[in-house]
Ligand binder design. Structure first.
Ligand SMILES: Cc1cc2nc3c(=O)[nH]c(=O)nc-3n(C[C@H](O)[C@H](O)[C@H](O)COP(=O)(O)OP(=O)(O)OC[C@H]3O[C@@H](n4cnc5c(N)ncnc54)[C@H](O)[C@@H]3O)c2cc1C
Length: 321
């Protein structure tokens, strides 16, 4: 398995009867379900929350709530457009969930019983006597394996296994970027909202991260830039991006956050699928190659889960959810 994001972890967990090794290029599991530590602050700088609509994901979320890894989150939510602020309650009746005490805890929980190779970036794969061998970024090799599954965004999957699939499927699934600004304050800003969807601005989302359950009560704000805006500025000088987002965040929060105790910018080059593909997963049974991920579904956490689960069930039909 290449990639320890949610789709890869779920697929690995459900590949019953297979001896699975997960290769992850980062230091920890979780992928875009991530939390940045900058003491005393904690920022969920990737995925913010999730809903559960499909029965399989609802059962999964219920089990995670039982294990204390997931909890409901109902922030005071605003829509901001220009100077207008409208409080809204669109989330009632449709529970929203977060991992606790940080979004990264979900990946850590799922990876606990898996054979996970950290800081192990897979650079290439090659076939030898009906088995797959992996070439890693540090120059070492791994294998032989029966199957290779790319549980990565499509550009990375394309580089590894694209040769064995109709390339248009992978290339058509375009991902959008997102800049995440993390702001650690000395005092909690006095705002009528804990999370805001922002319209007609370089910023699309602001969240008082410490309003989520299980977080320390230290004022930590996460700002996400608009995806189209991020795409236009993805290769710009990051100091300029940071300046623009800090100015706009200061206006929206009503505090000069450029003077905050902690400020950091993160660029997600592959944040979100522009349009979900709803193909479920990619499978080449003859060559024993496959791909899964949010981009195979609707581009969200629930889609990543369902993609990984459905792929595992089709490789190991005895799998259950
Ligand atoms: C800023 C942001 C906000 C979001 N907000 C939400 C939200 O509020 N709600 C929601 O439902 N979704 C949200 N999402 C989307 C959500 O995070 C994803 O849908 C989901 O986490 C994708 O899981 P995945 O397993 O498909 O991919 P990923 O989480 O991207 O996992 C892929 C993994 O593969 C690893 N990898 C890649 N290439 C290699 C390689 N060559 N070798 C080894 N490892 C490799 C990566 O390091 C990564 O860990 C957000 C995403 C971002 C970035």
């Amino acid at each position: 398995m290449v990639g320890a994001g949610l789709s890869g972890l779920v697929a690995a967990t459900n590949l019953h009867g297979h001896d699975v090794t997960v290769f992850e290029k980062s230091r920890g599991p979780g992928g875009r379900l991530s939390t940045r530590y900058a003491d005393p602050y904690r920022f969920d700088h990737g995925a913010q929350f999730f809903t559960a609509r499909s029965p399989a994901f609802q059962r999964f979320v219920a089990s995670l709530i039982g294990a204390g890894v997931v909890a409901g989150w109902s922030p005071l939510l605003a829509d901001i457009d220009g100077d207008g602020i409208t409080m809204s309650d669109p989330w009632s009746g449709n529970p929203h969930f977060v991992a606790v005490p940080g979004m990264n805890c979900l990946g850590q929980y799922l990876a606990a019983n898996l054979n996970l190779m950290r800081q192990a970036e897979v650079k290439a794969i090659h076939r030898d006597r009906a088995k797959w061998n992996l070439k890693l970024a540090d120059g070492t090799s791994a294998g032989p394996f029966d199957w290779v599954i790319a549980a990565t965004p499509p550009a990375q999957a394309d580089g590894l296994i694209g040769h064995y699939f109709e390339r248009t499927t992978l290339v058509k699934c375009q991902m959008q970027a997102c800049f995440a600004l993390m702001i650690g304050l000395d005092e909690q800003p006095r705002l009528p909202w804990q999370a805001a969807r922002v319209h007609n601005s370089p910023i699309a989302w602001i969240c008082q991260n410490n309003s989520k359950p299980g977080r320390a009560k230290v004022p930590a704000v996460v700002v996400h830039a608009d995806n189209d805006w991020s795409d236009r500025h993805v290769d710009d000088d990051q100091a300029e991006v940071r300046y623009v987002l800090l100015e706009e965040a200061s206006r929206l929060i009503g505090v000069d956050v450029s003077r905050a105790r902690h400020v950091a910018l993160h660029r997600w080059r592959y944040a979100k699928a522009r349009i979900g593909s709803n193909i479920g997963f990619l499978l080449n049974q003859k060559n024993k190659l496959a791909a899964c991920g949010d981009w195979c579904m609707d581009g969200r956490i629930e889609g990543a889960f369902n993609s990984g689960l459905q792929l595992a069930q089709s490789i190991s039909p005895a799998s259950s959810d």
